[in-house]
Write a protein that binds this ligand. Structure first.
Ligand code: SF4
Length: 269
């Protein structure tokens, strides 16, 4: 399997694009916080636009098309943005839900959401040339899951049922992971050993709701261990802070995006 860095360096002979320097958001952020004509003002939250991890995955698809030619298959939508997806489709990308849909011997990119080891194996079994564009911040959670499972912990993974990132993370420790979808789910969580449990989370959740879930989990399992560092990523957290900042000055907050997006619910105080 080709990693993102190997793909980029083999093509550009340069260094991998830094996760800290989102490319497309910079292009998309040409609007300014200027008053519009009339009595209404449009406030723009900052930061906005999609994150560096997704930007990096889009670059992986572009580079794969450049290096290998069309078609290049992409497992799952690379970003929930119809314009980006249709632009890549015009260049020869084909989006699929499952590697079983990819013809043997083809190139396939794993999206930023990450995949389970079973998906990697399935791609290998089909003789696919896989390019791993999993966001490093998702890979970090995968490693945590693997390590805690190895150390005999039960993992309470806070995340959305059916989300591809959650499926990928659970796939790294399927026997040891229990999905907790919301604070309301906490009451029904059953563990084998309440003294050896840890919580991890999806990277794209509401911080406030997640902390409420953790609070309730800790009420039930006082020895609940925290993850070594925040699993909800900086891009997600920054955008939630940005909305909280502009919302008190706004009559209406409009989130521009695809209907496929799962929004983290943010309670504005
Ligand atoms: S973990 Fe954060 S930065 Fe990485 S792809 Fe997900 S939202 Fe983007």
């Amino acid at each position: 399997m080709l990693t993102y860095n190997q793909l980029v360096s083999t093509i550009s002979n340069g260094s991998a694009v830094s996760l800290q320097i989102p490319r497309v958001p910079a292009l998309r952020n040409r609007l300014r916080d200027n008053p519009v004509t009339g009595s209404k003002r449009v406030l723009l939250a900052a930061p906005r636009g999609y994150c560096a991890g997704v930007d990096r995955a889009v670059i992986a698809v572009e580079k794969a098309l450049e290096k290998f030619g069309a078609p290049v298959y992409v497992r799952k939508q690379i970003v929930h943005n119809i314009h980006v997806v249709s632009t890549l489709e015009k260049q020869g990308a084909i989006f699929v839900d499952d590697v079983g849909e990819v013809p043997e011997g083809s190139h396939v990119v794993f999206s930023a959401h990450g995949v389970s080891p079973a998906v990697v194996q399935s791609a290998a079994d089909r003789g696919l040339d896989a390019i791993d564009a999993t966001c490093p911040l998702v890979t970090k959670v995968h490693r945590e899951a693997t390590r805690f499972a190895r150390d005999d912990y039960e993992i309470l993974l806070i995340g959305h049922h059916g989300h591809e990132e959650v499926e990928g993370t659970m796939g790294h420790a399927p026997e040891r992971t229990i999905l907790v979808g919301s604070p309301a789910d906490v009451a029904s969580v059953e563990v084998r050993n309440p003294d050896h449990v840890v919580w991890l989370s999806q990277t794209t959740l509401s911080v406030d709701e997640t902390m409420e879930t953790v609070r309730r989990l800790r009420e039930r399992f006082p020895l609940l261990q925290d993850p070594p560092s925040d699993d909800i990523c900086y891009a997600t957290q920054n955008r939630q802070v940005a909305i909280k900042k502009v919302a008190p000055d706004a009559d209406l907050v409009i989130v521009v995006g695809s209907a496929k997006m799962r929004f983290a619910f943010i309670e504005i105080q």
